[in-house]
Write a protein that binds this ligand. Structure first.
Ligand SMILES: [Fe+2]
Length: 229
């Protein structure tokens, strides 16, 4: 069986430069924000959180794209830019605005084929589509599935624990709150169509379930061990 080696449209240096651009854009969005305009004290409104999410999505989307036969270059670049406008545009238009920023960047850096730029921008624009994934292109589907997967599992769990701290909850609530992460994760995962993303979701949800069971076992033990009166 012959393996087709496709020459990459985007070099690693170019990709690194794009990463720097995306991080700087996010950091500038936070700096330019009015105080109190958003819930800035929550970690997921920071440039660091958003950038980390973006890198997770890049990795997951590339993994799915490779196995599902999608154009990996298109998917990686779209994933990198997909949430660039998340901190400076309204949620409803952040996808469109992200596509606009990416188009401007790609037009002024390097000499990318027009069809490549179009595909990347289409993916970014469509990534907030809420309908069935059979409606969108294979590349967009890889991006949306990766975006979903980053909410399911360790990242979603860690964010919930952080949120509990901000809400002055104690570890006694942890099992209940992690159960919510699990439920929400299962709901999100229902949209997934590819076998590759499905198996990542399955593994991640299983771990969250284990974590909840672990909390239930050990945290409730503390409760039972209260001294008798
Ligand atoms: Fe995202």
């Amino acid at each position: 069986m012959g393996v087709e080696i496709k020459e990459s449209t985007v070099s690693e240096e170019e990709f690194e430069a794009m990463k720097r651009f995306v991080y700087d854009y996010l950091a500038a969005s936070v700096e330019n924000e009015d105080d109190g305009g958003r819930m800035r004290w929550y970690p997921w409104h920071s440039a660091e959180y958003r950038y980390n999410h973006i890198l997770n999505v890049v990795e997951l989307a590339a993994h799915i794209a490779e196995r599902e036969g999608a154009d990996v270059d298109v998917v990686r670049v779209a994933a990198l830019f997909h949430d660039i406008a998340k901190l400076d545009a309204d949620q409803e238009v952040h996808a469109e605005e992200g596509a606009r920023v990416a188009r401007e960047y790609l037009a002024s850096h390097g000499d990318y084929p027009r069809s490549f730029v179009e595909q990347v921008c289409q993916c970014i624009e469509d990534h907030s589509y809420q309908g069935p994934l059979s409606d969108v292109s294979l590349e967009t589907r890889c991006l949306i599935e990766a975006d979903i997967l980053d909410k399911v599992g360790a990242n979603g769990t860690a964010l919930m624990l952080l949120r509990m701290g901000y809400e002055a909850r104690t570890h006694m609530d942890a099992a209940e709150m992690i159960e919510r992460v699990l439920q929400r994760g299962r709901d999100h995962a229902q949209r997934i169509e590819s076998d590759t993303a499905e198996s990542v979701a399955h593994r991640r949800l299983k771990r969250v379930k284990w974590f909840r069971e672990w909390l239930e076992e050990e945290v409730s033990d503390m409760d039972h061990d209260r001294p008798d009166r």
